[in-house]
Design a protein around this ligand. Structure first.
Ligand SMILES: [Zn+2]
Length: 481
């Protein structure tokens, strides 16, 4: 007999990604998010008799770009196929997809590092194009299901069953979302449905190489939901197997509120799709030169950017992870670092202060404090024109009104005081107020230097330049004053 803990999880993921085209996959209907139900429909996408689909070239361009970003081989010839099934949200009776000749195959994605520093790689089986099916809307009319046939072009990215834990599945999804965002083919927004995940999960005894019977878990609408659903479904399967039972291949629905998986009703389960080549569309033929050109147009992807940040800026892996999580944040950081020349300082400010603004609702596009201004502020701190505390105040004001940091520091009287007269005044004041400390300091007790600098800073309400105060006090000690 085996115990449930003797089993390992095997996961493959199918991810649908909505492409950022203006129009649908096979007609000119708009893809605008949030349009009223069924506004974006026409005889073509409703498959009315005599209407013929026309492939959206922009959708092909974006799909090919995504395929390149995932190191997949783009096929010069791919075939659209009809996936036939009955469902209320599919009045056509079929969905145009790709089957045995998909757009691209044999991709891969690195999702992290093993303990020995080698990358953890998930193989990607295929990337194919398809149109959206309709959407069943259950909460619009009490007791009735409504159908919304608006939709957008999709790609489906199918991985090999290469993940061995819920954590790896989560890491794969986060890495995939990041790559997709970098390429600009989709906003990959899971809440708006731009990225949808179905998970195939099975359990097998550790050491076994054969795959166990899998179930497909659907209705996953967040990455943490995917991870939780996988844990729950894997525990269920392990338990069945440990007790000598068998897992039934079926579709399971994740119930995020109850934290449980349950079998889908049978009509939501497996289909016999009877795929056949779509008679209304010719094979998709892409010239090799066109495919290669699309690869050359790829932007720098996350892994390459992270490697470059490590080499160029000597930041820590944790800093690099934060700065490259979002393409526009890394661009903002690079501009500050380029103008100011201090990458470490720029990273500190962007990671702490800029991200704090973003967390409270600002966006990088609308942020009032632009990279050149932040670079100026860094320089002001470095040359002692403003203290670090004052710089934080200047940053807060600049982020509200967009004024230049130096102007703000002058206006708000936040410049550090370096005039010898002003500094001597505060020093005299402190020495007079603390005669005991003053006499021990004059007698050569160097440990008191820090204490006195602190007291002078306090007396100046933070305006004194601590370096200059330090020098002045040291000079006085040396002169025996
Ligand atoms: Zn249409």
């Amino acid at each position: 007999m085996s115990a449930a803990s003797d089993y390992e999880m095997v996961v493959g993921l199918e991810v649908h990604v909505q492409l950022l085209t203006r129009t649908k996959a096979f007609c000119g209907c708009s893809t605008a998010y949030g349009a009223p139900p069924n506004v974006n429909t026409c005889p073509v996408c409703l498959a009315l008799p005599g209407a013929l689909p026309v492939l959206n070239e922009e959708a092909v361009r974006l799909a090919v770009r995504a395929a390149h970003a995932l190191s997949a081989t783009v096929n010069e010839t791919s075939i659209f196929a009809r996936k036939n099934y009955f469902y209320p949200d599919l009045p056509k009776g079929y969905q145009i997809s790709q089957f045995d000749k998909p757009l691209a195959e044999h991709g891969k994605l690195d999702i992290g590092m093993n303990a020995d520093g080698t990358p953890i790689t998930v193989r990607i089986t295929r990337i194919h194009m398809e149109e959206d099916a309709g959407k069943s809307v259950h909460d619009r009319y009490a007791g009735a299901t409504a159908i919304d046939l608006n939709g957008v072009p999709l790609i489906e990215i199918v991985s090999e069953p290469d993940m061995r834990s819920a954590r790896e599945a989560g890491a794969y999804l986060r890495a995939l979302k990041q790559v997709i965002e970098y390429t600009g083919v989709s906003d990959a927004n899971m809440e708006e449905g731009s990225l949808r995940v179905d998970a195939n999960v099975s359990a097998r005894l550790r050491g076994e190489t054969k795959l166990g019977t899998k179930t497909e878990v659907k209705n996953l609408n967040s990455f943490s939901g995917v991870e939780r659903a996988l844990e729950v479904e894997f525990a269920r399967q392990s338990d069945v197997l440990a007790r000598g039972g068998t897992v039934t291949q079926q579709t399971m629905l994740w119930d995020a509120i109850r934290g449980e998986v349950r079998p889908a009703r049978s009509k939501e389960g497996s289909h016999d799709y009877r795929y056949f080549p779509e008679p209304d569309l010719p094979p998709l033929q892409l010239a090799r030169a066109w495919i290669d050109h699309a690869r050359a147009e790829l932007p720098e992807l996350p892994a390459a950017k992270q490697a470059r940040f490590l080499a160029d800026y000597r930041l820590t892996p944790a800093e690099i992870e934060v700065l490259t999580a979002d393409q526009s944040l890394s661009a903002y950081f690079e501009e500050v670092a380029r103008v100011d020349g201090d990458a470490k300082g720029a990273a500190n400010w962007v990671i702490r202060d800029v991200r704090q603004l973003l967390n409270s609702g600002a966006t990088l596009a609308t942020l009032k404090i632009r990279p050149p201004a932040l670079a100026q502020l860094l320089a002001l701190v470095r040359d002692g024109t403003v203290s670090h505390d004052a710089a934080t105040k200047v940053f807060a004001i600049a982020s509200e009104n967009g004024d230049a940091p130096l102007d703000i520091a002058k206006r708000e009287r936040l410049l550090q005081e370096r005039s010898q007269d002003a500094l001597a005044g505060w020093v005299d004041q402190v020495l007079a107020a603390y005669p005991d400390v003053a006499s021990r300091f004059r007698a050569g007790d160097k440990k008191l230097l820090g204490v006195l600098v602190g007291l002078v800073m306090k007396a100046s309400k933070g305006r004194a330049d601590p370096k200059a105060v330090n020098q002045l006090l040291s000079a006085r000690a040396a002169a025996g004053e």
